[in-house]
Every structure is written in C-alpha cells, then in structure tokens.
Design a protein around this ligand. Structure first.
Ligand code: SF4
Length: 422
C-alpha cells in the first residue's frame, strides 16, 4: 500500500475523502511505520533541525555550537532554501571537517509528503506528515503573474469558527518553525522555484490550518526566513498573516514583524460575529478595529484586508453590507487614509456536515456593488481548487484531536446520515 521514495510516501487513498474507517486506520498504521522506518519522527532526534533556524539563529549555531565563522551559515541557508539540498555531503563548497561537524550536530529534515494532488485549475495541494499521528495541508494557487502558497500554522485549530472545516477537526498542537517553513520548501522544490531568478512562488499567506498568532514565535521566525534573501526573498508585502482577531498579538506583530495583515471579519456586528467567530466574545469588533488601527499607523501606507465569507441568508444581505461599509469608512477615517481597509469577499465553500450554504451569485454581486458604491475597495475571491477540496475554508489534515470537537462533529455527521471518514 505504501512505498517510501526520497521522503515521499505514496498513499493512494490518503485524502480528506477516505473510503472508510478501516482504510483510514490502515493508512495511519502505514504512515506510522514509514515514519519509524525512516527514523525521522519529530521527537526521535536530538540533532538540531536547521529548518528551525532563521539567519541570526543559524549564525549563532555556527559560532556557538560548531565554533565556525558566522558567514558559513549563509552558505548553508542557500543550499537548503535556494537549491533544496538536505544532505551535507552534497554541500560542495563546505570543507570536509565542517560537513562532519554538521553531520554530528545537525540535520535538514523536511516534512514528509504523504499525498499531493493537482487540481484541473492548476492549484496543488499537499498533505504533509508532521509526526506519526498528525498531518496538515498546504495549497499552492497559481494566478496571472503570481503564485501563492497557503501555509498552515497549527495541527487543527483551537478556535472554533462555525463555518470552517479545520475547526471540525479540533486541535492538537502548534507547528514548529521547521514544520512551517518546511511547507514552503516542499512547494518551492516541487515547483522548481529559484529565488531571485525564476520565482514561481511569489506570495505566502498564513491562512491554512490554525490561528497563526496563537503560535507567534514559530510563525514570526518562519516568516523571517520567507522574507530573507538567503531564504525565499519575498518582499514584506508578499507575506500575509491572517488572524481571526487575537488583539494583543496584533500589537506584538506590529512591533516585531513587518508583514501584510489580513483579518477574518465575516460580520460587522458583534452579535453575528460572536456567533460565527467565537473569539469575538473575548475581543469584540471595537477592540479588534482599534488594534488594526494601531497596526496600520505603525506602518505608513500599509493597508489591511478584511476577509468576509459570504453565507447564504446569514451575513450576505444588504443590511450586512451597509454595516460593513460603515465599519470600513470609520476605519479609513480613523487612520486618515483612503482604502486603509480593503474587503475580500469569499463565497462560502461547503463541506460535508456544515449547516451553511454558499450565497447566490446574485447576492454576492449585490453585496459587492453596495460596498463599491460606498467607496470601499472590494474584491471577490474566485474559488480555486474545489475539485481537490483545497478551496478556502476546506483544509483538513489528520488531527489527533485533544478537544472533544472532532468526536462531536462526527456525531453530527452520523445523525445526518453522512459517511465522512475524516
Ligand atoms: S477560520 Fe481560521 S481561526 Fe477560525 S477555526 Fe478555521 S483555521 Fe481556526
């Protein structure tokens, strides 16, 4: 059923749509065995995984742990992130002694590709094993002149946004820096991306599984590698972090990083937003918008994208559009900048068991028009990759849930007579 090649396991059926429980169980066992055979479990090595280190920490590692010059770290970063080389013996401009030291103390361990699938529209999805029991998804979306990778930050998600497929799987743990940047590495290698020369991967969005600001340090370190010339060389504005509204962490992000910010809003009134995004109870809209204001004011000429998933009869009516337009105008006025807040409308992508439906095309257009007529810059995100369950809000890995949420959702599916083995 499985064969190990390079660090790829071919598992024909490992997808969000497994045939049945027995198949799933067999896949899990095979997966676990493959990890053990490779001797590369997440916890099985005391060597430093160099994927975990950004430029400064890698320089420190070379100086303090290996007793080497700091600039040697730059050579190694280029081998890893520009040329996708993970074997120190293939890093030919390093001396033999240094290679031996690296072999002793370090490794370059990428996530294991369990499964990957291409959509008819060019979108590509990977299911990546993070340890023998957990897997996450990353998605590459090519578009005119750009290629965007959607990256996960956690195994599952501790938040419980009501319209999100990831939320139904519960939560296991944060991803390490290596596991986050490893997603970029796997995709970039697959695409034949050459930083600074033939850039197929032009943008990264932290919009996959998880709330990135609940895994702050690892996410910020990984984003620093994405933006480093020795890493993937992406401009600050081409790396976007999307949050459901972790207010204190938005302020910290403003102090420590310089990336684009997107906020999952989905409703412009507290009553409705609390229903859709329970985090709103803790950080209501006024506090969230104040944090957004501080973020923009720290970075002149920056703007924030507010994501708004349109669900039929829930938040897609003219009254909701008018509330949103008012909120956006207030935001522009507060920061004294036109188009400081942009709106990205996302037609809801259904998944088995959800109680929500996609808005009609007519309602989506009417909603957008009302915002545009109110001078709010508004785009509609085209659905991509829905034939491989890779569309926005559909990501689903393999989560050994530490909450009750996955079991509860399975009961809901059973009560609806839906056979979903995920
Ligand atoms: S929408 Fe984002 S923050 Fe909300 S549950 Fe899903 S992954 Fe978590």
């Amino acid at each position: 059923m499985t064969t190990t090649r390079d660090n790829t396991i071919d598992i024909a059926v490992l997808d969000g749509s497994f045939a049945d429980e027995a198949t799933q169980a067999a896949v899990r066992v095979s997966n676990q065995l493959a990890f053990q055979a490779a001797g590369k479990t997440a916890s099985g090595s005391d060597k430093t995984n160099l994927f975990d280190l950004d430029r400064v920490s890698l320089e420190n590692f070379f100086e303090e742990k290996l007793g080497e010059k700091r600039f040697r770290a730059h050579q190694v970063m280029k081998w890893i992130h520009h040329r996708y080389v993970t074997d120190f013996n293939d890093m030919t401009d390093l001396g033999k002694v240094l290679r031996a030291k690296l072999e002793l103390h370090a490794e370059v361990r990428a996530p294991m590709v369990i499964f990957d699938k291409a959509s008819s529209d060019g979108t590509h999805k990977w299911l990546l094993g993070m340890d023998p029991k957990n897997a996450i998804e990353a998605v590459f979306i090519p578009d005119k002149g750009r290629g965007t990778l959607c990256v996960s930050s956690q195994v599952g998600c501790a938040l419980n946004c009501q319209f999100c497929s990831t939320a139904t799987q519960g939560f296991n743990r944060n991803l390490s820096t290596a596991e986050i940047i490893g997603q970029v590495w796997v995709a970039a290698r697959h695409l034949g991306n050459v930083p600074h020369q033939q850039r197929k991967l032009t943008n990264v969005v932290m919009m996959g599984m998880g709330e990135p600001l609940m895994n702050f340090d690892n996410v910020v370190r990984a984003m620093s590698i994405m933006r480093d010339d020795l890493g993937y060389g992406l401009a600050n504005k081409r790396v976007t972090l999307s949050t459901a509204g972790m207010v204190p962490m938005i302020d910290r992000l403003g102090e420590e990083s310089d990336v684009s910010l997107a906020v999952s809003l989905h409703a412009a009134s507290d009553e409705l937003r609390t229903e859709l995004v329970p985090l709103n109870k803790k950080y209501p809209i006024a506090e969230l918008m104040a944090a957004c204001q501080r973020y923009v004011q720290r970075k002149p000429r920056s703007s924030i994208t507010f994501e708004y998933t349109l669900m039929k009869g829930v938040n897609d009516q003219p009254v909701h559009a008018r509330q949103l337009a008012r909120l956006m105008r207030q935001f522009d006025n507060a920061v004294q900048m036109k188009d400081a807040g942009k709106v990205n409308l996302i037609p809801f992508n259904p998944f088995p068991g959800t109680r929500f439906e996609r808005s009609t095309e007519e309602d989506i257009r009417a909603f957008q028009k009302l915002l545009l007529d109110s001078h709010v810059l508004t785009m509609v995100r085209r659905t991509r990759g829905d034939d491989i369950d890779a569309a926005c809000g559909q990501l689903k890995g393999q989560v050994m849930d530490r909450t009750r949420r996955q079991a509860d959702f399975r009961k809901t599916l059973q009560s609806q007579g839906i056979d979903d083995a995920a």
